[in-house]
Design a protein around this ligand. Sequence first.
Ligand SMILES: [Ca+2]
Ligand SMILES: [Ca+2]
Ligand SMILES: [Ca+2]
Ligand SMILES: [Ca+2]
Length: 406
Amino acid sequence: MTLLKRWILLLVISVTLTGLTFAAPVIQEQEPNDTPAQANSLRSPGTVVGDINPAGDVDYFAIPGMGTGWGTIALLDVTASQHSWDGALTVLAPDGNTVLGENDGAWHKGIFVAWHRYQGRSEHYIRVSEQGHNDIIDGYMLHVFSLPMVDRSEQEPNNTLATANTSSISHLGRVDAETDRDCFALYGDKDATLLLALNGDPLKHHNTTDFALRLYGPDGTLIDESDGNPAGRGEIIDEHTLNVSGVYTYCVEAHAGTVGEMYRVGPIYREKHYSPPFQMDAQLAPPEEGKAFHTGEIMRFHLSFTSTSPLPIPDLVRIGMRYEPQCQQVLDSGGATITTDRYLYWSYPQGIGGYEVISKTVTLRATRPCQATMRTSLEMKYYKTGWGGHNIPFRINYLYYLPALY
Ligand SMILES: [Ca+2]
Ligand SMILES: [Ca+2]
Ligand SMILES: [Ca+2]
Ligand SMILES: [Ca+2]
């Protein structure tokens, strides 16, 4: 597959991804759901409410496998239960048997599993039960997220808020010494919710490191932390609502354990994956609103990308434009770094700086009557994501249709 085709494929995936919201309705479990074969279907992201009742009940939920580039985070909230609060949560492979992740740690509402990679596209299973199988949970709520896993490596030095790595969707890192601290920065809007999840043993190496996860606000003060789980387990900061817009930093530390053990960490922002804020605009300079271009006429296509956060966007960023070669001829590509028979791309292999503005103008000639659409695209490799962009329809007509003269 050519690079371009891969990018287009990635873009298609990403456009679907960007459409995800957490607005999916809360569903109620339907018994019997005691085996993988009886599992209730659950959308992802999704929420289901149910009971472990009678004692010994187990509940299976089937979630769509998203491929090995994706992973899952699940949280079991048992605070509504009048009986046991000892929930157990297991993520199972499509065979319904292989355990991918289990009880990675406790949070203040129950138990969670974080950042387990799907085995493929077949259905996977999430199992809810009670830890001793000897009590009831009368009211639990299970939240499930499916997210791309990019596992960007941390880049040292990143020990301070000032040297934090730009947060991607997920990171693999290691605490190299007891004094090592790994920080990741993201831009958050006021009133947005942030969930931070850390898997303390992503490679299943029986880690003995006791990790801690801390969140710092734009003014550098500690605003939330999770450090309650034992060695080899995860940590989670759930649904933290951001008080102001600005740069938030989360840091991973270890206060005991084996030097060099790895963790996986990443944010869920507004109930989906995080990518940086930006604005993209496009305009086709037409003669007048609603009027068509004439053959031979010059068409000017303006597009701009504006980063609206102070954080740099690392790694390859590619801005693109599609035109219609059947009726448009490119006279000036605006310095495009890649041109094909239908697309122009401007590539920024080292990424884009904070608040950077990129503006391009492409000059074309209308060559033939047609009705078509120009389109913009944006790809950000660091976030394994992109954006479908604008669709700008246009028409090109002959100069005049004269009535027949007799
Ligand atoms: Ca049940
Ligand atoms: Ca059941
Ligand atoms: Ca490190
Ligand atoms: Ca570090």
